[in-house]
Design a protein around this ligand. Structure first.
Ligand code: AMP
Ligand code: MG
Length: 401
């Protein structure tokens, strides 16, 4: 059995960033840039007013109020066909080009219009005030976003402003999902006797999507080697293959045996983490494979701890870790597992501090409690107890924050 951080390192060691592809800008959000983007223009492309007000010569405002002659009005999108000299001003809108001769803009709130041709400026402004000089944000040809940057909505805006209707981004992994178990039925069915619905494929489907990868549910394999072989064979066309169930110590836990028969390289099969001790990590020619535990809370948790970081690396992200914060524990927490414990919890921010409350989970099959959590309380492997009011680590689930 290896520790969680060792498992994490091994997973990342064998995970490669995928190749790049060209994607339409509106499909690129959440991906990672695979090219250096330069500006195809000066930003701003002219001396731009950043407020609604009056373009002036700062020197004219030494005695206040300063009464100035208004030469005209400049709206965004038009160039003024006049220049200002001493004693003159122009009404100007946000985003409009500042006329020649002007060296500052005073905001409209600090002026008093006397007539269409006369204005009183009530307060002085420094030279350059409320003017964005030509090229002050980026010069023509300048790199505005290096390769490797995350394509956030703000980045989409920047790429749009430099005319990138298509960008090179790293490909998102395609992920095959296989459920295993004789007891499983489709969710449209009514389970009878000892049957249960295949919920794992649905939860993982949603997790894969939220991690920015493309899920493909491949169905349920019964606990027979022939069925496992067949579905796994189909799964090998994906970058990543996730199986659930069949990895613990029962007679019908055949997943690891089948991996070995296929000749997959197996890197580990047990991790000292709760929930989810049995986890098989393996590699075929082009596919990374996880045999996740069958218990729903375990499967979902191991996805967060090991699979989501791998997806991040495949997508070209430079940060793989989950977001962990320090929070004040609301009540005592016992950890008798001898493993690093990730307990379903609720974390919130109040009056300048984070708090974390472990939820009363009935175990790794308890989806009701798990579904009410937004985070994990982390108890280190060497602690059997965490005290109330102690500062502890909490791992935030990315969908909630
Ligand atoms: P296993 O690891 O196959 O022994 O499964 C452990 C537990 O998880 C058992 O109670 C299974 O019934 C349950 N389980 C396995 N696969 C699924 C699944 N796809 N959806 C929901 N529960 C599952
Ligand atoms: Mg099973």
């Amino acid at each position: 059995m290896i520790k969680l951080n060792e498992a994490f390192e091994i997973v990342l060691q064998y995970t490669q960033r995928l190749e790049m592809e060209r994607v339409p800008l509106l499909r690129a959000a959440g991906r990672v840039l695979a090219e250096e983007v330069t500006s195809d223009l000066n930003m701003p492309p002219f001396q731009r007013s950043s407020v609604d007000g009056y373009a002036v010569l700062a020197e004219d405002l030494q005695r206040l109020p300063a009464r100035l002659q208004v030469l005209g009005t400049i709206a965004a999108g038009t160039y003024p066909d006049f220049a200002l000299s001493a004693g003159q001003a122009a009404k100007i809108m946000t985003g409009a080009p500042v006329p020649k001769g002007a060296d500052a803009v005073q905001m409209i709130e600090r002026t008093q219009s006397i007539s269409t041709t006369v204005v009183e400026i009530l307060e002085a402004v420094a030279r350059g005030a409320n003017i964005s000089p030509l090229g002050s944000e980026a010069r023509l040809g300048q790199v505005v976003a290096p390769a490797g940057n995350f394509i956030s909505p703000a980045m989409i805006g920047l790429l749009a402003s430099v005319g990138k209707h298509e960008v090179a981004a790293y490909r998102a992994p395609s992920v095959g999902l296989i459920a295993t178990g004789d007891e499983l039925v489709e969710i449209s069915e009514q389970p009878v006797g000892a049957q249960i619905r295949n919920s794992n494929s649905y939860a993982l489907y949603a997790q894969v999507e939220s991690a920015g990868a493309t899920p493909h549910a491949l169905g349920i394999a019964r606990d027979q080697k022939s069925q496992l072989r067949e579905l796994i064979q189909r799964g090998l066309q994906h970058d990543l293959l996730l199986l659930t169930g069949g990895v613990s110590m029962g007679d019908l836990d055949l997943v690891e045996d089948v991996f070995a028969e296929f000749g997959f390289e197996i890197f580990f099969d047990k991790v000292a983490v709760k929930p989810g001790k049995p986890v098989v990590f393996a590699r075929a020619a082009k596919t990374l494979i996880f045999g996740l535990p069958g218990n729903p809370v375990s499967a979902s948790t191991i996805f967060e701890l090991l699979v989501r970081p791998a997806i991040r690396k495949m997508r070209g992200n430079s940060v793989y870790q989950n977001q962990i914060i320090m929070a004040r524990l609301t009540q005592r927490f016992a950890n008798r597992s001898g493993r690093e414990n990730y307990a379903p919890a609720w974390t919130w921010y109040e009056n300048g501090a984070y708090y974390v409350r472990p939820l009363p989970s009935k175990g790794s099959g308890d989806m009701v409690t798990f579904a009410a959590s937004n985070s994990y309380l982390i108890c280190p492997i060497d602690r059997t107890e965490l005290h109330a009011d102690e500062q502890v680590q909490a791992m935030l689930r990315p969908e909630f924050f």
